[in-house]
Design a protein around this ligand. Sequence first.
Ligand code: FES
Ligand code: FES
Length: 220
Amino acid sequence: MQDNRIAFTLNGQRITLPADTVPTQTLLDWLREGARLTGTKEGCAEGDCGACTVVLEDGARREPINACLATLGQMHGRAIRTVEGIGLAVAEALADADGTQCGFCTPGIVMSAWAWTREGGDPHEALAGNLCRCTGYRPILEAMESMRDDGAQSAVTTPTAAVFAAPGQVFHLPATLAEAVALKRALPDAWLLAGGTDLGLRFSEHRENPPAVIGLLNIP
Ligand code: FES
Ligand code: FES
């Protein structure tokens, strides 16, 4: 029997969660209430505003995600970076360009911009998931023009099959399509969870606790 505890790297530090952690707890709730990393904000809790943006690192890659739609079970084996873990350079560039006013959107914009300094591409696209209601985007985009990749490397994610059992819930994380198909045959009522744009709301907003979930993020 493999270790059934969820483990990941958070801001460079290895974290192993207690065995009774509910795998469908959202990453956002855990960051704010469990890890007390309250820089990551909750706005809409339904994947629309980007206030909850964190970054998944994989070697040289940086992928921004909405922590409000991500579950802890899906984070097993991954490397997560929050606004507390990237230094102040991006935030200072935003402040210097008057790219922040009330500041509620700012941590999410900082994380999207930090990922963009590595990933490149159209900066408008990089901000497509971040709503700012008071500053406006022009100074934010001007700030991004002054930002450079900090060169930081991070852990490489290696997808591993895992299963987590909490009271009332089992969460499978298959690593291959064949494993996923076999699990779905064995557990026909299990929820199939991929990007979470629909099902994530049932965890974040409706606080549902399905008895069986098959997470598909590790399957190419
Ligand atoms: S809180 Fe709005 S996208 Fe997550
Ligand atoms: S600075 Fe207020 S919402 Fe962006």
